[in-house]
Design a protein around this ligand. Structure first.
Ligand code: C2E
Ligand code: CA
Ligand code: CA
Ligand code: CA
Length: 278
């Protein structure tokens, strides 16, 4: 039994070191990817639920490696957050999103861009300066920028977070609470956070659990948001029935595969142009 104990320790150790090794490998790859400029921004349209017009877009990062493989953020954001590399990646996304939104504004498209903020970025003492720098460099008006935060972003530092959000909004940038309804203490955040937009998480749109309960939750969340004078947007809309229901409840905007997947900028512009002409 002594031996078995030692063996199981060894197995345990190997697992840890394999995990640690993978982490180091991925971190190195991410550093190289940064040097090689392999991070790109895709855009998913935000659509006004009544007019069907594109009114904005969410910037979503993609890592496209030297072989053209697209690596999803779910695979590298956690490590990027752990290692702090998310700050560099986040800067790139913010700057590029501002530039590309300005270019679209110059072409006559009045679109807001929303950028996801991770906890690390939110803790960065220079966050406000970085945001201003991105806006200035792009010569983009702040009213075109929205920042999406989640309970992950704000978990540890509620009071500080509230102060940062206030500073951001004072500069005319809108803040949206992403993934609403999942994670930790959403209602508490809703009460305390001075936000502009509530984004209902896609788990409540998905038909995974009881359809009747789901409808009740959606109705309630939308009506709650409206009573609090928040704009409400639903993500993960894949089917017409979902869209119809959200519309009937007074949801303002939606995102989802039903309308479009996140697209590279050129394809996004083609979609915009088509959307403008219908
Ligand atoms: P999120 O902010 O909640 O973004 C929504 C995710 O849902 C995106 O996944 C999007 O592609 C996906 N999605 C959109 N419509 C549908 C739909 O109809 N059905 C389904 N099943 N999925 C849909 P993506 O692009 O893989 O991003 C995953 C997560 O990675 C994001 O979740 C966000 O938390 C994070 N992320 C992405 N880009 C950035 C970034 O630039 N910075 C930071 N900090 N995080 C990012
Ligand atoms: Ca988001
Ligand atoms: Ca979300
Ligand atoms: Ca999410």
């Amino acid at each position: 039994s002594k031996d078995m104990g030692r063996n199981s320790y060894r197995v345990h150790d190997e697992r840890i070191s394999e995990k640690a090794l993978n982490k180091v490998l991925l971190e190195t790859k991410l550093r190289v990817a940064l040097l090689k400029d392999e991070f790109h921004v895709y855009y998913q349209p935000k659509v006004n639920i009544r007019s069907g017009k594109i009114v904005g877009m969410e910037a979503l990062v993609r890592w496209i490696d030297s072989e053209g493989r697209i690596i999803s953020p779910a695979e590298f954001i956690p490590i990027a957050e752990e290692t702090g590399l998310i700050q560099k990646i986040g800067d790139i996304v913010l700057k590029r999103a501002c530039m590309q939104t300005k270019a679209m504004a110059d072409e006559g498209y009045d679109l807001c861009v929303s950028v996801n903020l991770s906890a690390r970025q939110f803790e960065d003492m220079n966050l406000i300066e970085k945001i201003e720098e991105a806006l200035n460099q792009a010569n983009l008006e702040s009213k075109y920028l929205e920042l999406e935060i989640t309970d992950n972003t704000i978990m540890n530092t509620l009071d500080t977070s509230i102060e940062i959000i206030k500073k951001i909004r004072k500069r005319g940038i809108k803040v949206s609470l992403d993934d609403f309804g999942t994670g930790y203490s959403s209602l508490n955040y809703l009460v305390q956070m001075p936000i502009d937009i509530l984004k209902i998480d896609k788990v409540f749109i998905d038909k995974k659990f009881d359809a009747k309960k789901q409808r009740i939750i959606l109705e309630s969340v939308i009506s709650l948001a409206k009573k609090m004078d928040l704009k409400v947007i639903a993500e993960g809309v894949e089917r017409l029935q979902q869209l119809d229901f959200l519309k009937s409840q007074g949801c303002d905007e939606f995102q989802g595969y039903y309308f479009s997947r996140p697209l590279p900028i050129e394809e996004f512009k083609r979609l915009l142009n088509y959307n403008r002409n219908i």
